[in-house]
Each structure stands twice: as structure tokens, then as C-alpha cells.
Design a protein around this ligand. Structure first.
Ligand code: UDP
Ligand code: MG
Length: 312
């Protein structure tokens, strides 16, 4: 029987896990042609999440877990989950039931015949989330597509089911700054998109602050586009050209018309403008450099403290 691994990153999800687990069991029962494996990753939770996972893995042989030594972020948790998964198929889903387990049937049907390699959920509407988050997310996808050669589908989520080969491909990318949305798109494969309306969180609170989301977006751009670097050269070239024209005009005016230019305010404005541009692009350069710096240290993306087999 083919095995389906369900990877669930969990950070302080003690309130939703008792709801998610029975839901997963129900789906597993209804998909009798598959053997299920549940791979939970505890991303350094400070609540009872780990306790629940320990209990589940004792009671149910299908449940395995990895627990981090501290909070490393969802990207690292997904990576650990993919590494844990052994199935012929693997699906990643959030713990909060915003990714309905009921969709697994349809996702598996799309992939099982080999017509598609990946079946991913695309969010078309959000329930119970502030408006600005939806608008911000659309802006992000538009910016990413403009800046990067990798394609970003609007509303793409991490909720996706894939064949073993796709998992191997994703795991073969060694980078430390992991931006999974970009990595999935980069590895390619034939992807079927299933639209869905994301439900409200079943319980608990979102782990993403506005600042966190902005940081995540900037990291994604740095990881999948080098266009900001090219932009500084273009702006530099334009400002050089303008400066040259202004210089010629000034010389001609002074020599031909004997008209000394009184330009104190203009000069102050220009110095500020150019100084500002320079600082900004040194900053951009610094951002890429800091990413390269972290990449060259080649630190692991996470540290494991405990698994279902005991302490590390
Ligand atoms: N998550 C995680 N580590 C983190 C933050 C979140 O593993 O540092 C998990 C979280 O437990 C959930 C999923 O990532 O299963 C999505 O998080 P959340 O529901 O808070 O995000 P939202 O749905 O609001 O985008
Ligand atoms: Mg959520």
C-alpha cells in the first residue's frame, strides 16, 4: 500500500492539536487505500504542544514527532518535517485547520495517476483575517513576480501534496535562507492548483505579527531576486546622465550669457538626494551580503532536542 506522510509544523498549538488529530484520523479512515504517517514538528513551543505529541506518539504508532531546541520558524519546521517523511506521497499542512484535511482526497486523486506531481492549494478568500493582510499578500505576490524570474502564483499556500521525487528535489537544495514558496516554484514539476477558501483558525492565535510578515516578504525577495542590486546601477547611471546635462547647461549659461548661478538650495537638495540614494543602496548591498554571510557559515536550519524515540 502506498504511504502518505502528513507533515504538520506546530508552534504553541496545544489548543488546536486535539481538534486536528481526530480530523486526520477520520480522513485516514476514509482513504483506506493509503497507509498514513503523521510527522509533527514542534517548533520550540512553550506550551503543552510537546506533551500532546508525546502522548499521541505513545498511543498511535502512525504518529512521529521532532521537537526543536528552540523556535526556529515555520520554514525550518517544514524542512524538518520533509526530512522526517518517508511516504511515497507527502503533504504539508498547518496545524490550525485552516488547511482542511478534507481536501486530501481530492489532492491525492490529482497526483496518484502520475498526471501531476504536485497538488497545491491556492487561497482565493480569507475568512476572519484583517483586510490589510489580504491586500498586503496580493501586493507581495505582484512585487515578487515583477522582481523574480521564479513564478509566484497569487494566494499559493504551503498546503501541498507531492510525490516522493518532488520532496527529494526540494531537500536537495542546500540553502540556509529557505523560502519554501520560492523553492517549490523553482523545482518546477507539474502542479495542479486547487482553489479553496481558508477557514478561520480553529483556536489559538496567528503566530505572525505585521513586522514578522514584512521581514518574511523581504527575506523572500532577497532569496529569489537580485534585481534590487541591478536597480542601483540603473539609478546611478540615470543620475550621472542628468548631472552631465546640468553641467553642460551651467557652463554654457555662464560663458555665453555671463550669468552666474545662485544655487545654494539646489546644491543642498542634490547632496541630500544623492546621499540618500547612496545610503539606501549600500543598505541593499548590505542585506545581500548579510545573507551571503549566513549562507557561508552553513549552520543547520534547526537543532533537534527530542524525537518520538527519546532525547537527542
Ligand atoms: N508555525 C511554526 N513556527 C513558527 C510559526 C508558525 O511552526 O514560528 C506553524 C504554526 O504552528 C501553524 C503554521 O505554522 O501550524 C501556520 O501558522 P499560523 O496559523 O500562525 O499562520 P497564519 O495561518 O496566520 O498565516
Ligand atoms: Mg493559520
Amino acid at each position: 500500500m502506498p504511504v502518505l506522510s502528513v507533515v504538520v509544523p506546530c508552534y504553541n498549538e496545544e489548543e488546536v492539536l486535539p481538534k486536528l488529530y481526530p480530523e486526520l484520523c477520520r480522513v485516514a479512515e476514509s482513504m483506506g487505500e493509503l497507509t498514513f504517517e503523521f510527522d509533527f514538528v514542534d517548533d520550540g513551543s512553550s506550551d503543552g504542544t510537546l506533551e500532546i505529541l508525546r502522548r499521541l506518539s505513545r498511543e498511535d504508532g502512525r504518529v512521529r514527532f521532532t521537537s526543536f531546541s528552540r523556535n526556529f520558524g515555520k520554514e525550518s519546521a517544514m524542512l524538518a518535517g520533509l526530512r522526517m517523511s518517508t511516504g511515497d506521497y507527502t503533504v504539508i499542512m498547518d496545524a490550525d485547520l485552516q488547511h482542511p484535511p478534507g481536501m486530501l482526497r481530492e489532492m491525492y486523486d490529482a497526483v496518484k495517476d502520475g498526471e501531476y506531481d504536485v497538488c497545491a492549494a491556492r487561497r482565493v478568500k480569507r475568512e476572519g483575517e484583517p483586510k490589510f493582510r489580504g491586500a498586503g499578500s496580493r501586493l507581495f505576490f505582484r512585487l515578487m513576480n515583477a522582481m523574480s524570474d521564479t513564478e509566484f502564483v497569487d494566494g499559493a499556500t504551503d498546503f501541498r501534496l507531492m510525490r516522493r521525487g518532488v520532496v527529494e528535489a526540494v531537500l536537495s537544495l542546500p540553502e540556509y535562507n529557505r523560502f519554501t514558496k520560492g523553492i517549490f516554484s523553482w523545482v518546477g514539476f507539474r502542479t495542479k492548483w486547487l482553489p479553496f477558501v481558508s477557514a478561520e483558525r480553529a483556536a489559538g492565535e496567528t503566530k505572525w505579527s505585521l513586522a514578522g510578515l514584512i521581514r518574511y516578504s523581504v527575506d523572500g525577495m532577497l532569496a529569489f531576486s537580485t534585481r534590487p542590486l541591478a536597480l542601483s546601477s540603473i539609478l546611478g547611471a540615470i543620475s550621472c546622465a542628468v548631472a552631465l546635462i546640468v553641467m553642460i547647461v551651467t557652463v554654457v549659461k555662464t560663458l555665453v550669457f555671463g550669468n552666474p548661478v545662485a544655487g545654494y538650495p539646489t546644491i543642498v537638495c542634490l547632496i541630500l538626494l544623492i546621499g540618500g540614494l547612496l545610503m539606501f543602496f549600500i543598505g541593499v548591498l548590505g542585506q545581500y551580503m548579510s545573507k551571503t554571510y549566513l549562507e557561508t557559515k552553513s549552520r543547520p536550519a534547526y537543532v533537534v532536542r527530542e524525537t518520538e524515540e527519546g532525547l537527542k
